[in-house]
Design a binder for this molecule. Structure first.
Ligand code: GUN
Length: 294
């Protein structure tokens, strides 16, 4: 039987509908408009596209947003000074510094400078620690989006064996921290695979839910999937495609077409995890505005 396609676009729209009401209420009850500021350094094409998507989505919900663009050769001190200024700007409840930063800037230093109460990415060490002990201010957007995709598509991870491929600080590690908690929508048995994993295929085949987040085009092949598994593809890889005006197309970290015939459900790329990441950023921004105006 062909797999069900879990539409991130549809689930994201559902959450944005709920959030729009919360934004309206915040304005009416407390006179507060949630504010999000994004800092982009340089002109990396993917970052330009992501930041403009986040800005547009904010506007649609009635969230005030600004994007600050610094030149590629901006110094670390300049970026740190900008973050400090934004920490003290009451218009903005959330601050996002788009990654990756140019190589001459120490990303950790910049992320550590963001006020944890405004850290809507959930990347500050304080927030990483809070997430691990199950008391988050903010859950990182992509892994939180993955959890919502699972729960809202009727594939709750509770009691399931989840295999996460990829140990990044942005996706793999925080997703592990979310799904192991003794909480609703979590409580899973989580295995983390990475480049040091021996015989990835045999570990992956144990997954009731497999999450591909290694950043490698079509790396998860159909032989690595158990019949009836749920597959979440976090990958966004640009591969050359002469038939496209842009010269490229997007593919995930899984071999979607082949896996579709074997899995119970799978997320597409694009239209799967991507819209959820943006949506969970908006969720965090509204949460930040609520916390700061309480
Ligand atoms: N670059 C890729 N994903 C993300 C994200 O979730 N947040 C930020 N700030 N940068 C990213």
């Amino acid at each position: 039987m062909e797999a069900e396609i879990i539409s991130g676009t549809e689930i994201a729209a559902e959450i944005r509908g709920e959030l729009k009401e919360e934004v309206k209420e915040l304005k009416e009850r407390r006179g507060v408009t949630p504010g999000l500021v994004m800092v982009r350094v340089g002109e990396d094409p993917a970052s330009v596209s992501y930041v403009s998507g986040k800005s547009k989505a904010s506007e649609e919900l009635g969230i005030y947003s600004e994007t600050i663009v610094l030149p590629e050769d901006a110094g670390e001190e300049e970026v740190l000074a900008k973050v400090e200024e934004l920490n003290n700007d009451p218009r903005f409840h959330g601050i996002l510094v788009q990654l990756p930063l140019p190589k001459h800037i120490d990303s950790d230093k910049v992320l550590n400078a963001i006020d944890p109460r405004k850290d809507v990415d959930g990347f500050h060490p304080v927030n990483v620690g809070r997430l691990l002990i199950g008391e988050p201010f903010f859950m990182p957007c992509t892994p939180h989006g993955v959890q919502q995709l699972l729960v809202r598509s009727g594939n709750s991870p509770e009691g399931k064996r989840v295999v996460i491929c990829g140990r990044s600080n942005i996706v793999g590690k925080p997703l592990m921290a979310i799904l192991v908690q003794k909480k609703k929508g979590a409580n899973a048995t989580v295995t983390m695979c990475h480049t040091g994993t021996k015989d990835l295929a045999s570990v992956a085949r144990e997954a009731d839910i497999l999450v591909a987040a290694m950043g490698s085009a079509k790396a998860i092949t159909v032989d690595m999937i158990k019949e009836g598994a749920v597959v979440i593809d976090v990958g966004v890889n640009r591969i050359p495609d002469a038939t496209k005006k842009s010269g490229f197309r997007l593919v995930g970290d899984t071999d979607f077409e082949a896996i579709k015939a074997k899995a119970k459900a799978i997320t597409p790329v694009p239209g799967g995890v991507g819209p959820m990441t943006v949506t969970m950023l908006l969720v965090n921004t509204v949460r930040a505005a609520e916390m700061q105006s309480a």
